[in-house]
Design a protein around this ligand. Structure first.
Ligand SMILES: *[C@@H]1O[C@H](CO)[C@@H](O)[C@H](O)[C@H]1NC(C)=O
Ligand SMILES: *[C@@H]1O[C@H](CO)[C@@H](O)[C@H](O)[C@H]1NC(C)=O
Ligand SMILES: *[C@@H]1O[C@H](CO)[C@@H](O)[C@H](O)[C@H]1NC(C)=O
Ligand SMILES: *[C@@H]1O[C@H](CO)[C@@H](O)[C@H](O)[C@H]1NC(C)=O
Length: 533
């Protein structure tokens, strides 16, 4: 009897799966590319890849990190060797760096972009894919970072392209979809301003944005084009399109942004916000960590500098200061520290080289998250409503930190000036002053309030693009208009010309006629007077 029921429910399940598959339509072949070597980028991107595999699609993946969850329909092309970022941009400099200028930051991204793109395209397996004759893909997915030469894969396989923007919005994404970013209310990607900018902030914002747009278009993209031509020139018949045009041919952009924490901005149907896509329900922790957290009657402080910067790279005197500060706390401290031989640990501190961050932040005893202010960690802190102490180091971390502090759920410290007292004082403020927790819970509720999980939304739109062969209707013609038409400068010119012809010119002529008339009249009068004399 019981067995029968079991069988029945099993076949019901099969039926259900069949129906789902039938509804879900076809399995597609997708080329998924995350050539940038920083682990945090790929950790985020892999969530999208995993979901596509779960939905039955076949994925070929170009990236730097062999998966820990192999799948029969996943083919990996692991870039070998991986681009060595620290060799070109030493980590030592990062810890001592305050703000690099915004212009230096932009130049650094462009430089890293060119180096990592070329590096990835030199890979033997990637070159084999470029040269392949009989491969077919329904869609190409690329991280929207600084690797525009990879857009050529869309051309190579004659299929639509979707990009995933890890760092949030940039002006060039708006342009590719057909809107011009309004610099009056939208600060540049690197700036921490709100949409209420003072005059000087708007001046600077405009200056930086114009610099970015011009340098990108006339310096950076031409270099990308050279790289693209070098590696795709032989494989694609005919003249290669310009990467600038390929960019405007991107069908959909999935962007790491969320309405609850990022500024409202004009959008297009092809720009989809998927901030929080990586956050999953909490799973069970490893036994020792679970015990450690469960037993923390005064709560827990969790410290991680993320996946790129290692705590072991810190100068030893900082490590000592941090340990000394942690030793003074009543709370227990979990520290993502990558070397077991750290020396004497205070009794309340536990280190581990690997931390299931999402599950730790979800724990009820979590009090404070000490973070470098990276975007993914910040979003996890927000999701779980944990007040944060941000110690930003580079890239977008300063921007994220300033935003978090402004919203009231975080405080910040400068790494190079950090002292024991500072650390203790700031941690305790975050724990004992209730406004921080209150703000954290408020923003958490906003961040969780979604019509559907952002990851499901992302996969829906990805499949939508394949179903509708690029879905050109998601983008405005604005992407293809010349700037003078977009800004109506031609119409303004016509209006000015019309005004000139109908008002200014007749007026001048009338005046001239009038003057001539009155001069003639005066002359006649004078003659009359002369005659009478
Ligand atoms: C792998 O792909 C095949 C063919 O598309 C499909 O039938 C199969 O269900 C997929 N496997 C998994 C585990 O999704
Ligand atoms: C734009 O993408 C479509 C596929 O979605 C492709 O057929 C077309 O050739 C592309 N155009 C350019 C200029 O790359
Ligand atoms: C934590 O609590 C559990 C159960 O209360 C106990 O068995 C365990 O020994 C405690 N662990 C520590 C490290 O105090
Ligand atoms: C770990 O620390 C020990 C002692 O400080 C040091 O000798 C060793 O090189 C470190 N290992 C790594 C991987 O940093």
């Amino acid at each position: 009897m019981q067995m029968q029921m079991q069988l029945q429910s099993r076949s019901l399940l099969w039926l259900f799966l069949l129906v789902i598959n039938g509804l879900g339509g076809n399995a597609y072949r997708i080329l998924f590319m995350g050539p940038f070597p920083a682990p945090s980028h790929w950790m985020w991107l892999e969530h999208f890849q995993r979901d596509l595999l779960k939905r039955g699609h076949e994925v070929t993946s170009i990236n730097n990190h062999p998966t820990k969850t192999p799948h029969e329909n996943l083919t990996e092309i692991i870039l070998n060797p991986t681009f060595d970022i620290p060799k070109h941009f030493p980590k030592k400099n990062i810890f001592s760096m305050r703000f690099a200028s915004d212009f230096q930051n932009l130049q650094m991204w462009w430089l890293i972009g060119q180096m990592t793109t070329e590096h990835a395209l030199q890979d033997v397996q990637v070159q084999r894919l470029i040269a392949s004759q009989d491969e077919h893909y329904d869609l190409v997915i690329l991280e929207q970072f600084f690797h525009e030469a990879f857009l050529m894969f869309g051309q190579k396989f004659k299929c639509p392209v979707v990009t995933i923007g890890t760092m949030g919005y940039a002006d060039n994404m708006d342009h590719a979809m057909g809107i011009l970013t309004p610099w009056s209310v939208i600060p540049h990607l690197l700036l921490p301003h709100t949409d209420q900018m003072t005059f000087t902030q708007r001046v600077y914002n405009t200056y930086l944005s114009v610099y970015d747009a011009a340098m990108r278009r006339w310096w950076y993209l031409p270099r990308m084009q050279q790289i693209a031509e070098k590696y795709f020139g032989a494989a694609i018949k005919g003249a290669l399109p310009h990467v600038h045009d390929l960019e405007r041919n991107i069908s959909l952009m999935l962007i790491n942004s969320h309405r609850s924490v990022d500024l409202p901005r004009p959008s297009m149907p092809g720009l989809i916000n998927v901030g929080g896509a990586h956050i999953q329900p909490a799973k069970e922790l490893p036994h020792d960590m679970q015990n450690f957290l469960d037993n923390a009657t005064h709560g827990v402080v969790y410290f991680s500098l993320g996946s790129y910067m290692k705590s072991t790279d810190m100068p030893p005197e900082k490590t000592a200061q941090i340990l000394q500060a942690f030793g003074k706390l009543k709370q227990k401290v979990l520290w993502k520290y990558e070397n077991a031989s750290i020396g004497q640990l205070p009794a309340n501190v536990m280190i581990s080289k690997w931390m299931p961050q999402n599950d730790i932040l979800a724990h009820a005893n979590m009090k404070v998250f000490i973070t470098h202010g990276g975007i993914f960690g910040t979003q996890e802190g927000i999701y779980w409503g944990v007040p944060m102490l941000c110690i930003p180091l580079y890239g977008d971390q300063h921007r994220n930190t300033i935003k978090s502090v402004r919203e009231g759920y975080a405080r910040s410290l400068v790494f190079s000036k950090l002292t024991v007292d500072d650390l203790v004082r700031n941690i305790e403020a975050l724990i004992y002053e209730p406004q921080y927790k209150r703000s954290a819970l408020e923003v958490s509720q906003r961040f969780r309030d979604n019509p559907m999980h952002p990851l499901d939304e992302a996969s829906f739109w990805i499949e939508y693009i394949i179903r509708h062969k690029g879905a050109r209707h998601l983008k405005s013609q604005g992407a293809f208009l010349p700037l003078y038409q977009y800004l109506l400068l031609d119409i303004l010119g016509c209006v000015l010309l019309a005004l000139f012809l109908t008002v200014w010119l007749p007026w001048r002529m009338l005046r001239r006629v009038h003057r001539w008339w009155s001069m003639a009249a005066a002359k006649a009068q004078a003659q009359e007077v002369k005659k009478q004399l």
